[in-house]
Design a protein. Structure first.
Length: 718
């Protein structure tokens, strides 16, 4: 499921060259009903908000605040919301790119960009990336194979090729090239096949995936290099070397073979269109498509299968198996089958249900006599017993098949369910656990010949059945808890959520950037005496828009208030070079009185300076006096300081990290203040809203000799 329209701003880079410049003449474009239906089939419909790990989505993959949809959404309303988002995308592309460069594109090309952008963020608009490079330099210079492979390169999940995403990219390439809007289920014949490339210690020149037309010779094969070695060909799974004259007949995983001496490789098949690979910019690593693929809804042919031959796409459990396999949760057997009717053991059920419920992986516990190794699932059994989900000693054989009743008891306990469906929900069972799972949307049961819903609790649980349970448990957990450092923290739907698109973040030259086409973004640093003497003219010339400067701090041992040794030097230097400034006070306050002392100290220091950015309360657990704080009093300190800043006419802000926010602070009391999040990751998954993000502490900026904290501001304060 996917994205709000702002992600689609990246399409602009593509639009610049969808037709030769000499023939360009701007025509306003809008999307067609065909691409709307394509997106609908790809995303599937969700009547209630669900969280896929990248954000909250409803309807046909539209990013929302779940608090805005307490009663869910109808298909009609979801269609309207989808079209509204798409129209905003089309308006943005028309005004800021097509009109600006006086360009005309075909309807199919425009729709293909819309479809691809709905699944991806803006990183691929960069002209250094291959697909954008092809369009900018003239799409007519490239073969269909090169264009389709450029689309296909954006198919990664967690840095690895995801074949479901890969198939989506091929369908979008076919829309772009041939006007083919057909959405096909995973595993269907696309008329194209892919090769996934293992460079085997080397580096792929363009990407680790390429696509070729079925039934035709491969022709030019992907290039790869490895320092000190000679390329000896692409090795197929059977050990043979793929030749350019081989006919494309299926998907392949290829491994680069290397030689210490030069090797003569087979000549490529004759090209019918001159290749333009040399003109293409180097391919950047494609961003992960943030979520497991949504359940496919398009019809499939009888007997068609996706991941396993014994999991036909028409089977009720196929979407669940596909999702879990894509996420690395379950696997098949060595013979390539899934065996959906096989029984599930207690050990398997314990591991799968506890992991899906948000618990960490468990190592085996030591056997009591120390002589025999423990069962591989003994750690999960121990966890379930310690948390009271199972009576200690009640399960002696972890290899015994688990029944549906036993699964229900374990699952309901692990999810801490209390609400139950009516007792007559199942004709054959009134067990509380089954009724609770039904109420939570995790169990559905089946219907007997009399049309009654039955649970069949004494039946053994099958692999197909547990897959359905697991995907529903995952969805329940995603909308119920935040999983953080081994804790399950209830989601507070009264708080504003983090609505930034994960796919809109990208890295360039060691810095993180954000581009969604709408959010006003500025880039800055925060500094103190630790950075030493700073050349602020060089800082300003290096793309820094603002600086948050430490004005003072409270001693971690003595509690004395101190001025930062370089505060005046830094604030003067920043302002004289056109850098907007804010300040922060490094607090060690233990009560409101101390927080107000720090407030007065800060206001005295900044009086007379043009401070237009936030005045930040930076409370940190550092030093002896703050090792065991009363966190309610810490929240009191934040409120007192920020209220005083606002009363003085400045912009208040509080600084925190996810641990403080999730486990300690009273966030509802802080809702009215702007927030500065410290989270040193590539893309933060912090659940709630924030206005500024400190994404790292080891940035490099011209004019600063050492490392410096790097920040992104997502709003305009004035």
């Amino acid at each position: 499921m996917r994205r709000n329209w702002i992600c689609l701003a990246l399409a602009a880079a593509l639009l610049l060259t969808c037709c030769p410049a000499a023939l360009a003449s701007y025509t306003e474009m809008t999307f067609s009903d065909g691409v709307v239906e394509y997106v609908k089939q790809g995303e599937g419909f969700s009547p209630t908000p669900i969280n896929d790990g990248t954000g909250w989505y409803i309807g046909y993959g539209c990013l929302v605040n779940p608090a805005d949809y307490p009663g869910g959404i109808s298909e009609q309303a979801a269609d309207a919301l989808l079209r509204e988002n798409m129209q905003k995308s089309a308006d943005y592309i028309n005004v800021f790119f097509l009109k600006r460069y006086d360009l005309t594109v075909t309807q199919a090309q425009f729709d293909a960009m819309i479809a691809m952008n709905y699944a991806l963020g803006p990183a691929w608009m960069n002209a250094a990336n291959r697909l954008s490079g092809y369009l900018i330099s003239g799409i007519g210079n490239y073969t269909d194979q090169q264009i389709a492979s450029a689309f296909a390169a954006w198919c990664h999940v967690g840095g690895k090729v995801n074949t479901v995403a890969l198939q989506r990219r091929i369908m979008e390439a076919k829309m772009f090239l041939y006007g083919d809007y057909t959405f096909r289920n995973y595993g269907s014949d696309l008329g194209w096949n892919w090769v996934i490339l293992d460079a085997n210690g080397g580096e792929n020149d363009l990407s680790d995936v390429a696509v070729y037309k079925s039934g035709e010779p491969y022709g030019t094969l992907p290039a790869v290099s490895r320092s000190g070695w000679y390329f000896a060909g692409w090795q197929k799974p059977d050990g043979s070397i793929l030749a350019p004259t081989d006919i494309v007949s299926g998907n392949l995983n290829l491994t680069a073979r290397w030689s210490a001496v030069p090797v003569e490789l087979p000549a490529p098949a004759e090209e019918t269109v001159p290749p333009a690979e040399e003109a293409a910019p180097a391919e950047e690593t494609a961003p992960a498509e943030e979520t497991a693929p949504a359940e496919e809804t398009a019809p499939v042919e009888d007997g068609a299968w996706s991941v396993f031959p014994d999991v036909p796409d028409a089977a009720w459990f196929a979407p669940h198996v596909s999702r879990l396999v894509s996420g690395g949760v379950v696997n098949g057997y060595e013979d390539g089958l899934f065996r959906p009717k096989n029984d599930v053991t207690w050990g398997e059920a314990l591991k799968l249900i506890l992991l899906a419920s948000g618990f960490r992986a468990q190592n085996p516990v030591k056997a009591q006599n120390g002589a025999e190794p423990s069962h591989w699932a003994s750690g999960y059994l121990s966890l379930a017993e310690k948390r009271g989900y199972l009576r200690t000693g009640s399960i002696s054989d972890l290899d015994r098949a688990i029944t549906r009743n036993e699964m229900a008891e374990l699952c309901a306990a692990a999810l801490e369910l209390t609400a139950a469906a009516p007792e007559d929900t199942f004709a054959d069972s009134r067990r509380a656990a089954a009724l609770r799972l039904f109420a939570a949307g995790i169990l559905e049961g089946s219907f007997n010949e009399a049309g009654q819903r039955v649970f069949k609790g004494e039946d053994k649980l099958q692999r197909a059945e547990i897959c359905a349970v697991l995907t529903r448990v995952q969805d329940y957990v995603a909308r119920t808890w935040i999983l953080f450092s081994g804790y399950r923290i209830p989601i507070n739907y009264d708080l504003a959520f983090n609505m930034y698109s994960k796919s809109a973040f990208y890295k360039q030259n060691g810095r993180t950037f954000y581009s969604d086409g709408v959010t006003p973004v500025r880039y800055g640093i925060d500094v103190s005496w630790h950075q030493g003497a700073i050349d602020w003219a060089k800082v300003a010339a290096d793309g820094i828009d603002f600086a948050i400067i430490r004005c003072g701090y409270r001693g971690s041992a003595t509690g004395n208030l101190n001025v930062d040794d370089r505060f005046e030097e830094n604030i003067r230097g920043a302002l004289e070079n056109g850098i907007e400034v804010g300040v922060y006070f490094f607090s060690q306050a233990l009560n409101e009185q101390e927080a107000k002392e720090e407030l007065d100290f800060t206001l005295d220091l900044i009086r007379g300076w043009n401070v237009t950015m936030p005045v930040v309360f930076d409370w940190e657990q550092y030093g002896s006096r703050t090792q065991s704080p009363d966190w309610n009093k810490v929240t009191d300190c934040i409120v007192a300081f920020c209220d005083g800043v606002a009363e003085a006419g400045y912009i208040p802000m509080t600084y925190f990290n996810p641990t403080m926010a999730y486990l300690h602070l009273d966030l509802p009391r802080l809702q009215r203040f702007p927030k500065w999040l410290a989270h040193y990751v590539d893309v933060t998954d912090y659940c709630y809203d924030f206005q500024m993000w400190q994404y790292g502490s080891s940035g490099t900026v011209d004019g600063i000799s050492g490392r410096v904290d790097m920040d992104i501001l997502f709003t305009q304060f004035r």
